[in-house]
Design a protein around this ligand. Structure first.
Ligand code: HEM
Length: 481
């Protein structure tokens, strides 16, 4: 064997790990000092007002930033509205329930008045997320600026984002490819999932071990009047505060999303969760550092890309035969979105509520195959539930088909060319085996089957509380927007 090989591999690893840092190095603290000196003030004024009106602002922006940055870099590609003949990252399954675009637009409007076409949308996303995390009680981390906006926005990039029941080794591989260590991955999840909510649609109580009382509460809530559109807090103790509660919640198996519960059970991540849970005083510093790195991932700088005039469209949008007819996803009726997209994912809301109890495929199956899965939470009844889930698939699938057909008809009736074209495009993109899901098992949420059928619908920093109270929690349903 070539004795230089281990050295070369080591060097390759070091270069890969340094990639995001190199990109961050092209950014600077005083990038707008002469071209738009008030940029930070303008951003923080809008964010403080938004946060005062609605503290969930922080969760919306933090998720938006993660989804933009993790899908090919922090380049504002997630903000682009799809055109009638061109899809965009925003339409990808994992992005359908992402919100906060209106907040970025509002800041952009203010900045365009002050210094036209100077501040990039990518910088606005990074700065506004930093401010909203600080207001929610999190760290005030560094966000150097100088990002430029992308000239492309691909739906496929968004589709590659991890789903909530992705297996831990796969998730670690995804983070590692992007230059993040396992510790950084865990702390990003910990901070990110310490605020905000998860819709019942995304929750599978049997896909990983879970606290029995917590399980009953979740199941009772999610089987309630709002069904899959209801949403439960990720951190029931301090749902709007960025704090280190995550670690204890994970170890207690009291988190709604499968991936978070898996973090506390996988042999690679469990020791990290335990160790970080013992050093909560270091959380702000560690999370802040990881956020600076995430916010600087694969940024576009210098003469590349552009500074958009409007964050939701390129400066020179591709002209179509019918003119640049922009479909604004945010203006579509959520029911319409659910229907339009259901065939592509093979999952209807009713199928989703079944999968809350049934966890075929995805991480659980992988772990079972690897002999890693414990049967404690899912118990011996797993096989029975799998069988029950399969029996219900045909009904769920035919519901999907009916819903999709209904939406196409509705789009046509409305006479809006853009809506009709979109319906056509969505149908055209459905692979043959997906278009007839009746013969398939109900799909788990994770991996790339992350479905969007669940899409539905102020100023003082929040107070921290790391004290763990009893696990009773109010599961307010997600307000419709
Ligand atoms: C790495 C794997 C991750 C997966 C699989 C994942 C998945 C999810 C899912 C399924 C939801 C619920 C969405 C909904 O109900 O609409 C969610 C919510 C959220 N995620 Fe993640 N996430 C991950 C990492 C992160 C990271 C790294 C951050 C930020 C640093 C983050 C921030 C958030 C926030 C703030 C929410 C709440 C959003 C809201 O209330 O609207 N997530 N995540």
């Amino acid at each position: 064997m070539d004795t230089r090989l281990p050295l070369l591999l080591l060097l390759a690893g070091v270069v890969a790990a340094a990639a995001p840092l190199l990109a961050t190095a092209q950014l600077s603290a005083d990038f707008y000092s002469s071209t738009c000196p008030n940029v930070e003030k303008v951003v923080s004024t809008v964010i403080e007002r938004k946060f005062k009106e609605d503290p969930t602002t922080s969760a919306l922006l933090l998720r938006l930033l993660f989804h933009d940055c993790f899908a090919n870099g922090c380049d504002a590609s997630i903000l682009i509205d799809p055109l009638s003949n061109q899809s965009a990252e925003k339409e990808a399954g994992p992005n359908i329930s992402v919100k906060g675009y209106d907040i970025i637009d509002e800041i952009k409007t203010e900045l365009e008045k002050e210094c036209p076409q100077v501040v990039s949308c990518a910088d606005i996303v990074a700065l506004s997320t930093r401010d909203s995390v600080r207001l929610a009680g999190g760290p005030n981390y560094d966000v150097p600026t100088g990002r430029r906006d992308s000239l492309v926005s691909n739906r496929e990039e968004g589709d590659s984002l991890p789903g909530p029941d992705i297996a831990v080794p796969k998730l670690m591989a995804q983070f590692s490819e992007k230059g993040f260590s396992a510790d950084e991955m865990v702390v990003l999840l910990a901070g990110g999932h310490s605020i905000g909510k998860a819709k019942c649609f995304f929750i599978e109580v049997d896909a990983a071990p879970i606290d029995p009382t917590y399980r009953s509460n979740i199941t009772a809530f999610c089987d309630g009047k709002d069904g899959d559109k209801g949403a439960v807090p990720l951190d029931p103790i301090t749902p709007d505060v960025v704090d280190p509660n995550y670690f204890e919640l994970v170890m207690d198996k009291k988190m709604p999303l499968t991936i978070d519960r898996l973090m506390g059970m996988d042999a690679r991540t469990k020791p990290i969760v335990e160790s970080m849970g013992k050093k909560t005083d270091q959380f702000d510093a560690t999370f802040g550092k990881a956020m600076t790195k995430l916010s600087g991932m694969k940024v576009i700088t210098g003469k590349d890309g552009e500074i958009r005039k409007s964050c939701s469209e390129f400066n020179n949008p591709v002209n179509t035969d019918d003119g640049p007819s922009v479909i604004r996803i945010s203006s579509l009726n959520p029911e319409e979105m659910m229907g339009s997209f259901a065939p592509a994912t093979g999952k209807s809301p009713s199928a989703a509520s079944e999968s809350r109890k049934v966890a075929p495929g995805g991480a659980m199956e992988e772990r079972m195959a690897a002999g890693e899965a414990k049967t404690d939470a899912s118990g011996g009844a797993m096989a029975e539930r799998l069988a029950a889930g399969e029996a219900k698939t045909a009904a769920a699938a035919s519901e999907d088909e009916n819903q999709a057909a209904g939406d196409e008809a509705a789009a046509e009736e409305e006479g809006t060319k853009s809506n009709k074209k979109k319906a056509e495009r969505v149908t055209a993109e459905v692979p043959a085996d997906e278009a007839a899901p009746a013969a398939k098992k109900p799909r788990a949420m994770g991996g790339q089957s992350f479905s969007m059928a669940g899409a539905g619908a102020g100023g003082e920093p929040a107070k921290k509380s790391t004290a763990m109270k009893s696990q009773s929690f109010s599961m307010a349903s997600q307000p419709q927007q």
